[in-house]
Each structure stands twice: as structure tokens, then as C-alpha cells.
Design a protein around this ligand. Structure first.
Ligand SMILES: C[S@@+](CC[C@H](N)C(=O)[O-])C[C@H]1O[C@@H](n2cnc3c(N)ncnc32)[C@H](O)[C@@H]1O
Length: 467
């Protein structure tokens, strides 16, 4: 029998893996994926929960990957290129979030509105004929529905935009802030080809660089700039909150994967065998991660100190900390390029901070820890992207844990136009610790889960006060 063609192979795989996901959803009384508005609330984590078994998560990932390949093959190269080049999706999403269109439609009661009602809600005012165009383009992408001509209602996606401000903020960040930055990326790459400076970016050129290359106000990173632009800062913060609470949606952000990766460190013996760990979560933003860790393993954690340079975030997060966590989780403002003020913690932890900085600055972040670390006891644990090698990608594929390669490549590209930085492969991480000089012994550098989420663990074996 001749081998089936690639498209038949993909369709067969999609059918088999879809059946696995479907059987799991049915057996667990979970709703089947739907575009209907009530799906947004019915499935709190869609389409499969983070508690699903690994084989179901793998089947889900395989459907996404194979269905996409099938779609692209069926388009053919001409339409595929056309499809990935269109700015129209971005314009529609921009209009929805900037004009707050999802919130202009009630979620309950009479949840159908006319185009003129939607147009009347817009500020700045946009004519009805343009709103109709935009909404109809969105309807074609299944964001909103048009149950009768001229009448608009929610779909699952628009209902979610109306109910999840963090999601709306993140989408707004992508289309309002990242899209213009990506457009200016080549200008920055051509102008500063060997630079490691965080302000030599498409983001700076798009949003705050005034064209005067001697103006010191232009020489600031995205993180220095955001406090000067509260609207953008709040969209960025929304995105960070979204990532912190989306386990099950994208494996690489799952808290479980992270815990699998380094829980051993908290449980490993100390001199008394029972000592609970002190952890410093550096660049920890709102501290959702620290809070979840304290809730998940309260008996292992003595204290988690969340540090961030953004004083407003630290103050907001600290004042809204649940009472039940107040003893274990504390907050302080700290610049991670300055010497670490909390001595002798078991773990100095960074999550998604290093990939925002070039090696020149990442080395400074490691050096700033040296005076605080206790020899043979303190670890630096970095939870960040570790880009798998070609062999690892092939192994993971064979293991049934396919990697979200598009997600990995997208993140690496975004690091360039936002921060003039990169995601790192294992050899890049090892080189980084070499650049930081002796004292750190890298004990682990690999992926957790199947999507590029990595863990780098280094024990401090240098002398106290080494720098
Ligand atoms: C990509 S976010 C990651 C946040 C958090 N660790 C997480 O996983 O959700 C990077 C964080 O680094 C913080 N940051 C940037 N520059 C910093 C600095 N110099 N010192 C301390 N924190 C900084 C930002 O404010 C932001 O909260």
C-alpha cells in the first residue's frame, strides 16, 4: 500500500488526537470547545484544564500543530504568504480594544445591539459605516456574531474580552504598543548592529525616541520608560498578570511545570533537615507566582520576598495581598542591578527577567547577587526560556511532547524589538555564567515541559563577599 500523502497523514492525526481530547472532556463533564458566548464562562480554562493528564495536553498540542500545517498546506504557498502578511487582523483587534467595543454589548439581558448603538459608544467618535466594517471583519474571525443583519452580539472571544480586563489589556498592548515597535525593528537593527543597549530598539524608535540621538531621554529602556507612560504601563502589567495566571493555556507558563522543575531544591536537606526555605523572587512584579508558590507548598517556604523596580506595582500588590499570605509573602522595591539586600536566601529566583536583557546587563544581574549568597547553600534559579537544540526538538517530538516552535520563535523576536535582547539556548546560558566569573556552579540547565520553558540552577560555591 502506498504511504498516505502528507495531508491525509495530518488529517488522520488531527482526527485521532481530537478524539482523545473529546473523550477526556466528555469523561470529565467539561464543555466541548465552542464559539458561543456562554463558553467564555463555562470553561474557566479552555479548552482543557491545567490538571489534564500529560497525554491529553500532548494530544491537544498535536492537534494545534497538525491542524495549522494542514491549513497552510491547503492554502498553498501564495495564499499562505498572503494570510500571514495581512495587517487587517491587527486593525480590527486595535479598534475593538481601543474603542472598548466588547464592553458596549451587554453580557446578560438584551445582549444584542445595533451598529449605530456601537458607533454611538465610541470615543473618539467613529462613523457607523466604519464600525460596521470593523465588526463584520471581526465576526468573520468569530470575535462577535451578527445573528441578524445589523445586529451584533457576543461570541466566546468577545465575551471574554468584556469580562477579563487583563486579557483586553494584553491584546491592547500587542496591537497598540508591539505592532508599531515591530514595524521599526529593522531601523533599529540597521542603526545599532552590535549594540547591547536596551534602548536601541524598535520600541524606543516607535514610542519615545525623538530622533535626537544625543538626547539622554532617549537612552532609557522600556522598563524605565513605562512609568512615564501610565496607559502603556498598565497594558504591560495586564499582560504580565495574564501570563502569570494562564496555566493550561500555554504549557510554558504553567506553574506546575515550574514546580516540577525546582521543588527538589526547597525540599533538599539543610543542616537541620527541616529548615524552611527563604526565597527572593527578583523582578517578581505583582508576585502572583510567589503567592501561588506559598499557597502550594506552605510547609516548605519560610518567606518569599518579592522585589521589583516598579514601586507602584510593589505598593499595589503589597496592599492587596490576601491576609492568609501576609506572614509568608512580603514585598520590597529593588533594582536588580544594585547589590542584593537580602542575605543568605536559599533561592534567588528570576522568572522571565533575563530574556529581557542582553548579556552585558544579564551579567550585572548575576554579579549583584554575589555579596548576598551563602557558599554551598544559596542557589540562583532562573525560570526562563531555554531554546531546545535541534536534537532535543526531535526527541521531544518522538516523546509525544511537541514543542510550540512558533511560540518560541515569536518570543525571541519580540525580545529583540522590545529590549534588544534574546531568548537563550543552553550554550548561551552556560556562557553567561562564565562571563559572570567564578563562584557560580551551573547544576542544571534544561527545559521543563514541552514548550521551551526552562530552568537554570546554579549553586554559589564562591567565597562570601566575592564580586
Ligand atoms: C517580564 S516581567 C516578569 C515578571 C514576573 N517575574 C513574572 O514572571 O511574571 C519582568 C519584570 O522585571 C522588572 N524589572 C525590570 N527592570 C528591573 C530592575 N532593574 N530591577 C528589578 N526589577 C526590574 C519589571 O518591572 C517586570 O516586573
Amino acid at each position: 500500500m502506498p504511504e498516505p500523502s502528507r495531508i491525509v497523514h495530518l488529517a488522520t492525526q488531527v482526527a485521532a488526537n481530537t478524539a482523545k481530547v473529546d473523550a477526556y472532556l466528555t469523561a470529565n463533564s467539561l464543555p466541548s470547545p465552542s464559539f458561543a458566548a456562554d463558553y467564555a464562562t463555562a470553561a474557566s480554562e479552555s479548552p482543557i484544564p491545567s490538571s489534564a493528564p500529560a497525554e491529553i495536553k500532548a494530544a491537544h498540542q498535536a492537534v494545534l500543530r497538525d491542524a495549522l500545517e494542514l491549513h497552510q498546506l491547503m492554502l498553498g504557498p501564495r495564499e499562505h504568504l498572503n494570510n500571514i502578511s495581512t495587517p487587517n487582523y491587527l486593525l480590527t483587534q486595535l479598534a475593538i480594544v481601543r474603542l472598548n467595543l466588547a464592553n458596549a454589548i451587554p453580557l446578560t439581558g438584551n445582549s444584542q445591539v445595533t451598529f449605530s448603538h456601537l458607533a454611538a459608544s465610541t470615543s473618539p467618535s467613529i462613523p457607523e459605516k466604519q464600525i460596521r466594517k470593523i465588526i463584520r471583519h471581526a465576526v468573520a474571525q468569530r470575535v462577535f456574531t451578527e445573528p441578524y443583519p445589523g445586529v451584533v452580539s457576543h461570541s466566546a472571544a468577545s465575551a471574554l474580552l468584556a469580562t477579563d480586563p487583563d486579557l483586553a489589556g494584553w491584546i491592547h498592548w500587542l496591537v497598540s504598543d508591539c505592532w508599531p515597535a515591530a514595524y521599526r525593528a529593522l531601523d533599529a537593527m540597521a542603526r545599532w548592529p552590535d549594540s547591547e543597549e536596551p534602548h536601541h530598539t524598535g520600541f524606543a524608535l516607535a514610542h519615545y525616541h525623538d530622533g535626537n540621538f544625543t538626547n539622554p531621554d532617549n537612552n532609557i529602556s522600556l522598563f524605565d520608560f513605562l512609568p512615564r507612560d501610565p496607559a502603556r504601563a498598565s497594558r504591560f502589567a495586564a499582560g504580565m498578570r495574564l501570563y502569570a495566571k494562564r496555566p493550561g493555556v500555554q504549557v510554558r507558563y504553567s506553574v506546575e511545570g515550574w514546580l516540577d522543575g525546582w521543588k527538589w531544591l526547597l525540599t533538599s536537606s539543610s543542616s537541620s533537615g527541616k529548615e524552611r526555605a527563604k526565597v527572593v523572587d527578583i523582578g517578581g512584579s505583582h508576585g502572583q507566582f510567589a503567592q501561588l508558590l506559598a499557597q502550594t507548598c506552605p510547609n516548605l517556604i519560610q518567606q518569599i520576598i518579592v522585589q521589583d523596580i516598579d514601586a507602584a506595582t510593589i505598593s499595589r500588590a503589597s496592599s492587596s495581598l490576601p491576609e492568609s499570605l501576609a506572614k509568608q509573602v512580603t514585598y520590597m522595591t529593588h533594582d536588580f542591578f544594585k547589590p542584593q539586600p537580602v542575605p543568605h536566601a536559599r533561592v534567588y529566583f528570576f522568572r522571565y527577567c533575563f530574556h529581557n536583557w542582553s548579556d552585558k546587563y544579564a551579567v550585572q544581574m548575576l554579579n549583584a547577587l554575589k555579596g548576598a549568597m551563602k557558599k554551598g547553600y544559596s542557589y540562583v534559579v532562573i525560570n526562563d526560556v531555554v531554546i531546545p537544540s535541534k536534537e532535543e526538538l526531535d526527541d521531544l517530538e518522538r516523546d509525544g511532547r511537541p514543542v510550540d516552535l512558533v511560540g518560541l520563535r515569536t518570543s525571541d523576536l519580540a525580545m529583540a524589538y522590545l529590549f534588544n535582547a534574546s531568548d537563550r539556548e543552553r550554550s548561551d546560558w552556560e556562557r553567561l555564567f562564565e562571563l559572570a566569573g567564578p563562584g557560580f556552579r551551573v547544576e542544571r540547565c534544561d527545559m521543563v515541559g514541552g514548550a521551551g520553558m526552562g530552568i537554570v540552577v546554579a549553586l554559589w560555591v564562591g567565597e562570601e563577599g566575592d564580586s
